[in-house]
Every structure is written in structure tokens, then in C-alpha cells.
Design a protein around this ligand. Structure first.
Ligand code: WTA
Length: 655
């Protein structure tokens, strides 16, 4: 892991932020939580979480022990308890007379809509649960989900949870190869997909990638269930492929949910790490549901009777798991789900949706906000956004300018902004202001949530004083923590628990300001963050060198105004490469990465270079490449084996 980034300017460059925005008296008075919540949680962290678990969830069997930490870092929360995630998200609301409440306002990209009540969603999930069971999917089996942002994605996830099957959602932007490696790693028995979706008015396909993924023998998949969405023709493998609509119609609408052990696996979600192989992050049931539900209520000040909540994340990412599929439904909220892009058919689509459904809580990513800033405030100004009362941000640091724009233009200068820091691994929000309590600060995620022990430490694991930077860690286990990496407990220990004794190492740099508020400073390892999506430099490098033209490749994340970081690849071609020109090679290699990993991983720039800067021990100096990619003078290159390399690369790039 490279620590160069931490020693650089990042920690020193932050200006002191003077602006603070306390909640209005009115907001604070009506807020779900008051300031005493921090002291209450501090007094007895475990008792606090036990109380949350019992008040937010309906357990079919109460737990006997809140936390078993006898074999760290393998935690067991709510030991002995039994709980069914789907029952908590669905049936119990219907039993409580809320069956007619809208669970999902679905807005398709072409403009088709569907309003789904809790009663209807419950019935669909029961039918899907029966259908999956009829296909032989049993408790503990893995189901791969490769679906667009349509209600069937949520139905599939909850149907799996209901029967105790473990879902592994693969983002639709990943390629057939990436899908296959995830199917193989989890040994999935079933794949649920769709013919495709719509992207900017055009059909965009998914099923062909599933067919390609399953082409080579040796996989574990028995059936592929296909949702009809965009109506495109798809190839059909008789006996293996089945129509979603036919299966659900034939299935019984009755299904009794039984409780699963609190530590029963709920899902696997693959995320990028510092090596080429994605990690299957494993989450279990009781702790995950408790912390996602608590944070959703606390951080967004959710009032389920009156709020209309909209999280724009895709279900292929953790935000779409915790804050679309699970927490909002467990909390009985009404949410909007939108299939498409923000500019289809016009750049005001999101604001039209906010106006139409009177969205009151919006949860999105800084990259989207920066894109809207670029498009201009006249676009949102053309819509009535007065329903918005809380605005959330997630996925990457939000720069103060974007924060202020979000507050002023989207939030009418009043809606509190909650900048939420967390990870696939943490399962739920860990650091965020509480909107009725905290005076918010543009650009800072600020304070650990009640019951969460986050700290910033120096290289020796010592807590840094206020005003200093270091590494972000979590000092105590938390309910929604990852339990392991699927099939690789050693990697779980090495990656997260070996850097600092007894602490979870998040991989992020952070600083505490003079008030003790936390500022996130980006990754300190080889993970990039592009539009809030995690990508591994090593994974993209491996994809590049798998192309016959490539001798060697180095990838860096270069600062980008809109996407936070952009993928920039430096490539040395083989002498026998068939490329006609540098441009041709770059185009070919971008497409190759798209095929190997998926369109989201395609480098923005591929630069063909004669050499790469290396230390005398042969390690590529990515920091220097990053300097070049960001237009800086690479400065001191004397530690290089060949100090002339950087001048040559820089000169080539200026051509
Ligand atoms: C980054 C997304 C700054 C961070 C929920 C983390 C953030 C990685 C923030 C996890 C934030 C997430 N401010 N950085 N509010 N939220 N990050 O697993 O680098 O896709 O380690 O989870 O995103 O990304 P992941």
C-alpha cells in the first residue's frame, strides 16, 4: 500500500472552514432525535444497539447476547436472535394496517410509471419466494442478480432474503467476464436478469451478457430467470431460461416467512480492493438491518407517514442495497425509484421527478451534483423543489462549492445537508451530521454516529490531535460490519485488521479539524473513486496487460472536476503490436477494458509511453504518473532507476 498520498500536501491544504449551518429551530424541534442520543450511546454502546435492534425490528426470536467478540475480527451480533428481513420490510407493515401505503413510486426512463403499495410488494415477494423455491433454491444457496433499476430488483433481493438465499447483485455496468467471475466465486445456482433496460431513450441490453457469461462450461448456474423490460429480442436456452412473469403468475401468493438466525448471510456484494481480484463482502441479517434502519431514520430524520424519499443509487452498489432495498422498506417509507439517467429526455428529469412526487428527502452523490452545477442552475430553478427538506450526499468527498450549491439551489438555502461517510464493508452510514442536531459544515462528514467509534490515527495507531491528519479507523465492532470476505477469511484479516492492532482500517485518509470534525481525504491505497464507484488500479492494469498488444501498464486516478477521479492508463506496447497509431491503440484498449471489466472501468485517457517510471527495486512510481496526469511537474524523480523517463513521458504528452 502506498502512503505517499498521505505524506503529501493533502492534509495541509485544507482551509479552515468558517461557515456553519445549524438546523432551524423549527427543524430541530420536530427532529426524530435530540442531542442526548450521543451521551446515551456513549454510556453503553451495546445496550444502545440492543435497544435499537428491539425497537426497529420485529424478531421472531429475541436475542440472548448483543455482541460476541470472543474471536476478533469475526463478530457475532444479536446472538441467538431470529429475524426475517422480508417480513420486517413488508408483511409486518401490512399486518399493521399500512398495506395501502405506497412503497415504491417507480418511474421508468421512457416515462412509464408504476405505483406499488406495501400490500402489492408483499404479494410479489411472496410469489417470487415460492417461484425460487420451486426452482430448487434453498436456504444458503446463492442467487446472482443482474438487473436494472426496476422494482423486480428489489422483489428479487427481498424474495432471496425471505427464503434465506444469499443474493449477489452484480451492477449492470459490469461485463460478461466480470459477471462470470462473480458467479463462479459465489457458486450461484440461479441468475435473475432482464432482457435489458433503457439508456438515454435507447434500449440497452443485459441478457446477452448473461448468455456470454454462461457460455463456457463449468459453472454452477441451473436457471436464468428473465424479466421482460425493454422488449428486445433475446436468445433463449430452453430448459435453462425462464420468464419471470410466467413463474410469478404460476406461483402462490401465500408464503410464510420464518425467522433466520441473526448471523445468517443476507448478501454478498463484490467490491474492488487493492489486488486484481474483487472481494465478496459478506453481510449478515440482524446487525445489518438494525444499523441500516437506525441510520436511515436518524440521518435523514425520516417521517415515514409524510416523507417521500428518493435515493438515486443503483441497486448494484451498496447504497442501493442499504438505502433502497432494505432500510426504507424496513422503516415503512414511501420511496421513488428511477430507472434512467439524469439527462433523459432532458437535463431537468430529476427535478421534474422531485416536483411530481413531492420528494422530501434526496440522497445522491457529489458527482451528480457537480454535473448539475455544470449544466446550470436555470434547469433546477425551472421546477418546484420546495418539498425537499433533507439532502444527503455519499460516495466521495463533497467539495465545499458543490455542497453550497446543493444547499442553495436544490435545498432553497434551508434544507440541511447530510454528508454520509461509509463503505460497502461498513454496510451502513458511520459518519454523518444529524440534521436536527449538528451545525453542518460544507465539505465535512463531521461526526461519528451515536454508537460508532470512528477515529483518525497516525502511522503508529495513535489518535491524532484535533487539527491533524492520518488514517481513518473504527475502534469498536459495529452491527452492520462485514463479517468476512466470501471464501477468504485470511484476506479479510489481512486487508482490514492487520494494519493497526485491534482496529478496522478503512483505507481512507482523514483529518480532524480544530473542532474535532472529520474530513475525508480520499483513499490511501490503490483504489480509485470514479463518480462514487470504486475501481481498483490493479484490476484495470491486469485487464490491460491481458491484451496481446500490451507489454506493461500502470493506472492512476487523476483528479477530475466532475467525476472526482478519472482513470488514466499509461501503457507500453509490445514491439509487435498491430496498432496503426496511438489513437487506434488507445481506442482498442479502452474497449478491451470495457469488455474485461465493464464500461464503468474504461480509462478516460490511455497514454502510450515508451517507459514507465520505476524505482531501482522495480516498483512503478504511480505518484509521478499521477502528477503528470494532473498536469503537474513531477518534481523529484531522482529515486528512479532511470531519471530521464519522466521528462520523456512529459515531453511525449505535450506533443
Ligand atoms: C468513499 C459507498 C468521502 C471512501 C457507500 C470510501 C466517501 C469509499 C464518502 C467506499 C463521503 C464514501 N466522503 N468519501 N461521504 N462516502 N466515500 O464501498 O473513499 O462504494 O472508502 O461505498 O467511498 O465506497 P463504497
Amino acid at each position: 500500500m502506498s502512503q505517499e498520498t498521505v505524506k503529501g500536501d493533502a492534509f495541509e491544504n485544507l482551509l479552515h472552514e468558517e461557515r456553519q449551518f445549524p438546523p432551524s429551530a423549527e427543524f430541530a424541534a420536530a427532529a426524530n432525535l435530540g442531542p442526548e442520543i450521543y451521551a446515551e450511546a456513549d454510556a453503553d454502546r451495546q445496550a444502545f444497539w440492543a435497544a435499537q435492534a428491539r425497537s426497529l425490528l420485529t424478531w421472531s426470536k429475541d436475542f440472548e447476547q448483543t455482541l460476541d467478540w470472543s474471536e476478533p475480527p469475526f463478530a457475532k451480533w444479536f446472538v441467538g436472535g431470529e429475524v426475517n428481513a422480508a417480513y420486517n420490510a413488508l408483511d409486518r407493515h401490512v399486518e399493521n394496517g399500512l398495506g395501502d401505503r405506497v412503497a415504491i413510486h417507480f418511474e421508468g426512463e421512457p416515462g412509464d410509471t408504476e405505483t406499488i403499495t406495501y400490500a402489492e410488494l408483499t404479494e410479489r415477494v411472496k410469489r417470487a419466494a415460492n417461484a425460487f423455491e420451486a426452482l430448487g433454491v434453498a436456504k444458503g444457496d446463492r442467487v446472482a442478480v443482474y438487473l436494472p433499476m426496476i422494482p423486480e430488483a428489489v422483489v428479487t433481493m427481498l424474495a432471496c432474503a425471505r427464503i434465506g438465499a444469499v443474493h449477489s447483485v452484480v451492477f449492470g455496468g459490469f461485463s460478461a467476464d466480470a459477471l462470470r467471475s462473480r458467479i463462479d466465486d459465489a457458486e450461484a445456482k440461479l441468475v435473475v436478469t432482464a432482457d435489458g433496460t433503457f439508456r438515454r431513450g435507447k434500449p440497452s441490453s443485459l441478457k446477452p451478457a448473461v448468455d456470454a457469461a454462461l457460455e463456457a462450461p463449468g459453472h454452477t448456474v441451473q436457471n436464468v430467470v428473465v424479466v421482460r423490460r425493454n422488449g428486445e429480442d433475446v436468445a433463449w436456452t430452453e430448459g435453462r431460461d425462464l420468464h419471470w412473469s410466467e413463474l410469478l403468475e404460476a406461483a402462490s401468493p401465500e408464503h410464510t416467512a420464518v425467522g433466520h438466525d441473526a448471523e445468517h448471510p443476507l448478501f454478498i456484494l463484490y467490491t474492488s480492493g487493492t489486488t486484481g481480484k474483487p472481494k465478496g463482502i459478506l453481510h449478515t441479517t440482524g446487525g445489518y438491518l438494525t444499523q441500516t434502519a437506525f441510520t436511515h431514520s436518524a440521518v435523514f430524520d425520516l417521517k415515514p407517514e409524510t416523507d417521500v424519499y428518493w435515493c438515486t443509487a443503483d441497486v448494484g452498489w451498496v447504497t442501493g442495497h442499504s438505502y433502497v432495498a432494505y432500510a426504507p422498506l424496513v422503516n415503512g417509507a414511501t420511496q421513488v425509484m428511477y430507472e434512467g439517467t439524469p439527462d433523459a429526455p432532458h437535463q431537468g428529469r430529476w427535478w421534474e421527478i422531485v416536483q411530481k412526487y413531492k420528494v422530501s428527502i434526496l440522497y445522491t452523490a457529489p458527482t451528480a451534483i457537480r454535473t448539475f452545477m455544470k449544466w446550470g442552475r436555470e434547469i433546477p430553478d425551472g421546477f418546484d423543489l420546495s418539498s425537499l427538506r433533507v439532502l444527503g450526499s455519499v460516495g466521495e468527498p463533497i467539495n465545499p462549492e458543490a455542497w453550497m450549491w446543493y444547499r442553495d439551489v436544490i435545498g432553497g438555502g434551508e434544507a440541511p445537508i447530510v454528508d454520509t461517510w461509509w463503505q460497502t464493508e461498513t454496510g451502513a452510514i458511520m459518519i454523518a451530521p444529524l440534521p436536527g442536531i449538528t451545525a453542518t459544515k460544507p465539505g465535512s462528514a463531521q461526526v461519528p454516529l451515536p454508537g460508532i467509534a470512528v477515529d483518525v490515527v497516525d502511522e503508529n495507531g495513535q489518535s491524532v490531535p484535533d487539527g491533524h491528519g492520518g488514517f481513518l479507523v473504527v475502534r469498536e465492532p459495529w452491527p452492520s460490519m462485514l463479517r468476512t470476505i466470501w471464501g477468504d477469511p485470511e484476506r479479510f484479516k489481512d486487508t482490514y485488521w492487520s494494519r493497526f492492532e485491534g482496529m478496522y482500517f478503512a483505507g481512507d485518509g482523514a483529518k480532524k479539524d480544530e473542532d474535532g470534525d472529520v474530513w475525508l481525504l480520499g483513499r490511501v491505497d490503490d483504489v480509485m473513486n470514479v463518480s462514487g464507484h470504486r475501481l481498483s488500479t490493479t484490476e484495470i492494469e491486469s485487464a490491460l496487460v491481458s491484451h496481446p498488444w500490451v507489454a506493461e501498464a500502470a493506472v492512476v486516478g487523476a483528479a477530475d472536476e466532475t467525476t472526482g477521479q478519472a482513470v488514466v492508463a499509461f501503457v507500453i506496447l509490445r514491439s509487435d503490436a498491430q496498432a496503426g497509431s496511438g489513437d487506434e491503440a488507445a481506442a482498442e484498449l479502452r474497449n478491451h477494458v470495457g469488455k474485461e471489466i465493464g464500461p464503468i472501468a474504461k480509462p478516460k485517457h490511455v497514454l502510450i509511453v515508451p517507459e514507465l517510471p520505476k524505482t531501482r527495486s522495480g516498483k512503478i512510481m504511480r505518484r509521478l504518473l499521477k502528477d503528470v496526469a494532473e498536469g503537474r511537474d513531477p518534481g523529484d524523480a531522482t529515486t528512479l532507476a532511470d531519471p530521464g523517463v519522466m521528462q520523456q513521458i512529459a515531453a511525449d504528452l505535450r506533443k
